[in-house]
Design a protein around this ligand. Structure first.
Ligand code: NAD
Ligand code: ZN
Length: 389
């Protein structure tokens, strides 16, 4: 089959690789009909995650049709149309039983390695390096899905791929980030980053009852999308200081909740990643985690900080004094996608949201390297690239 393989920083290639096989009776094989490039893939593309190996298959936002099943799979049938949450969960462990699906204890065969390197063991993720289980990703014609009974979510007829594909990641991610803002009636929520995740965080903040959402970015098309699609107020941080602007817009008090949908974005952070052999740890260091700092400084006293943007390793110069003295609460983490599939599908079915609004580009799998380039550099008004294998 054809698949998108990682070969180093800024180097992805479409290659012919062996088809995936059932290796466990709980597996399924999916023929992929739609898949997407995510901001999280850019951390791999930028070379920030040192546990990638040449030839690893990328991609964690994918859906398709079930074509093969292991002998113990009960909840899905050959021919079912399914979306696949990007986090891999067993459905049975301490964490899955507490609805904390992205913290599953049984889905990462390399958990021991992560435990040794970082002192904690993340769950498995599709297409996200050996630290997260070394699973082949879904920017490919086929993929193997483990724990298929809980890792596949059936899609009813009548909805297009474009409407449901983002249930795999960015819609639940934006939604959980907004939920983590613990929005109360009348609240103002500020969202840093108007990429795909930011767009869904903005929409979700309104769905959850925010009175005002203020969106911050520097890319005019992305700010425009936040304004047109969700009615957000906007701040271009290259034109005005976002901290000052937010103060002015909130009567000097600051937003009730601040949401970081940026993460370790290369722009303006000076991020450097390396494997520290002496400490046996993956270290990520930056002297300017700009968005994260601004979020903490701008938030009102007693406010809530929600981090959807991905951070890893160690960050320097975090304004902890401000966070402590203002009594801020923090919530963050990989999204518990499984928790949100059913309620968010209902929002799509009853017309509250059509997630396809973020798609600006559709490409064949062969053109994926170009997709990564334009998505990374925000060229050609690119906001979200969907690939059709
Ligand atoms: P993206 O790269 O398209 O969007 C990031 C946006 O942030 C860009 O529009 C960029 O211009 C903007 N930005 C950069 N610096 C900024 C600053 N200082 N202030 C305000 N805006 C700034 O990526 P995306 O797909 O929207 O993903 C965003 C983040 O969410 C990434 O870190 C990604 O890894 C993360 N993510 C997290 C989860 C999760 O489970 N928590 C899931 C998916 C994605
Ligand atoms: Zn993603």
């Amino acid at each position: 089959m054809k698949a998108v393989c990682w070969h180093g920083a800024n180097d992805v290639r479409v290659e012919t690789v062996p088809d995936p096989k059932i290796i466990n009776p709980r597996d399924a094989i999916i023929k992929i009909t739609s898949t997407a490039i995510c901001g999280s893939d850019l951390h791999l593309y930028d070379g920030f995650i040192p546990t990638m190996e040449k030839g690893d298959i990328l991609g964690h936002e994918f859906m398709g049709e079930v074509v093969e099943l292991g002998s113990e799979v009960k909840n899905v049938k050959i021919g079912d149309r399914v979306v696949v949450p990007f986090t891999i969960s067993c459905g049975n462990c301490f964490f899955c039983n507490r609805d904390l699906w992205s913290l599953c204890d049984n889905s990462n065969p390399n958990a021991w390695m992560a435990e040794k390197m970082m002192g904690h063991s993340p769950s498995g993720l599709f297409g996200y390096s050996h630290l997260f289980g070394g699973y082949a990703g879904g920017q490919a014609e086929y993929a193997r899905v483990p724990f298929a009974d809980v890792g596949l979510f059936k899609i009813p007829d009548g909805l297009t791929d474009d409407q449901v594909l983002f249930l795999t990641d960015i819609f639940p991610t934006g939604y959980m980030a907004a939920e983590n803002c613990q929005i109360e009636p009348g609240d103002t929520v500020a969202v840093w980053g108007c990429g795909p995740v930011g767009q869904f965080a903005i929409k979700s903040a309104y769905l959850l009852g925010a009175q005002r959402v203020i969106a911050i970015d520097r890319i005019p098309e992305r700010l425009q999308m936040a304004k047109e699609q969700s009615n957000a107020e906007i701040i271009n941080y290259e034109e005005v200081d976002p901290g000052e602007a937010l103060k002015e817009m909130t009567g000097g008090r600051g937003p009730d909740a601040c949401l970081d949908a940026v993460g370790m974005e290369a722009h303006g952070t000076g991020l450097d990643a390396f494997y520290d052999k002496a400490k046996q740890a993956v270290r990520l260091e930056t002297d300017r985690p700009t968005a994260l700092r601004q979020v903490m400084v701008a938030c009102r006293k007693g406010g809530r900080v929600s981090l959807a943007g991905v951070y890893g390793g160690f960050l320097d110069k975090i304004p902890m004094g401000a966070a402590f003295n203002k009594g801020l609460s923090f919530k963050m983490g990989q999204t518990h996608v499984h928790r949100y599939l059913k309620p968010l599908l209902e929002h799509i079915q009853n017309g509250k949201i059509d997630p396809s609004f973020v798609i600006t580009h559709k490409m064949n799998l062969e053109d994926t390297p170009k997709g990564y380039e334009i998505f990374k550099h925000k060229k050609d008004n690119c906001i979200k690239v969907v690939l059709k294998p």
